[in-house]
Design a binder for this molecule. Structure first.
Ligand SMILES: Nc1nc2c(ncn2[C@@H]2O[C@H](COP(=O)(O)OP(=O)(O)O)[C@@H](O)[C@H]2O)c(=O)[nH]1
Ligand SMILES: Nc1ncnc2c1ncn2[C@@H]1O[C@H](COP(=O)(O)OP(=O)(O)O)[C@@H](O)[C@H]1O
Length: 205
């Protein structure tokens, strides 16, 4: 009997596009997905909790994770480190659970090397103007940081072609529906392949 592994879903997109908002809404509907909590060296924002939103760590602690190869991927983003703890993702996938990562582009490209069979989804804003408005309205960054994040966004959007799906975050409701459709579609695909594979083994008996 072949043990079926879970599917790895990766959601990326520029800062402020609405990844966190879409992911949270998705998890309210889909309880089968497992969310991989990232580790970061950035400061905690008001309302964020350690071990829920991120694992907030010092630079030294983060470096130790890198040195012991305990991160599946990591990237430096606007002056801070962000990374995906390896163990949780690998254990969940092996146990047959689908895992969801919400990470930026450089990290997603590293994941693609290790998990080429992963499903990569890119969230884009309806326009760059709207992206700027969303970052400003969120009010968590200074003007300088907003400018760096917008510059980064332009570079990130160029990587869109490396993704399997592109979803426009016009309204949260629409975007969540599209991401859900992708998750369900990938499931059906996996089941179909598994069925055909089993049928093939039967024929060979
Ligand atoms: N490579 C990588 N990027 C991450 C990870 N966790 C979060 N990020 C990304 O880092 C960027 C900055 O995150 P954050 O400071 O929380 O800002 P926000 O996503 O704009 O609210 C975003 O693009 C996140 O998706 C991770 O584990 N690895
Ligand atoms: N579809 C949308 N329409 C309008 N505003 C949105 C939409 N999606 C997210 N936002 C708002 O945009 C800001 C950035 O969203 P957030 O989820 O923090 O983005 P990210 O995680 O990509 O940085 C937040 O203030 C959020 O409420």
């Amino acid at each position: 009997m072949i043990k079926e592994k879970g599917i790895l879903f990766v959601l990326s997109g520029p800062s402020g596009v609405g990844k966190g908002t879409v992911r949270k809404a998705l998890f309210e509907h889909d309880t089968n997905l497992k969310y991989s909590i990232s580790m970061t060296t950035r400061n905690r924002r008001e309302g964020e909790q350690d071990g829920v939103d991120y694992f907030f760590r010092t630079h030294d602690e983060f470096r130790e994770m890198i040195d012991h190869n305990r991160l599946l991927e990591y990237a430096e983003y606007v002056g801070n480190y962000y990374g995906t703890p390896r163990q949780y993702v690998e254990e969940m996938i092996e146990a047959g659970h689908d895992v969801f990562l919400e990470i930026e582009v450089q990290g997603a490209m590293q994941v693609k090397k290790n998990f080429p069979q992963g499903v990569f989804v890119f969230l884009i804003p309806p326009s760059l103007e709207e992206l700027k408005n969303r970052i400003q309205d969120r009010g968590t960054e200074s003007e300088d940081l907003i400018a760096s994040r917008l510059q980064e966004a332009r570079n990130e959007i160029e990587m869109m072609e490396a993704y399997d799906y592109v979803v426009v975050n016009d309204s949260v409701e629409n975007a969540v529906k599209k991401v859900q459709a992708i998750v369900q579609g990938e499931h059906c695909k996996k089941e179909r392949v598994a069925k055909q594979y089993k049928a093939l083994l039967e024929v060979e008996k």
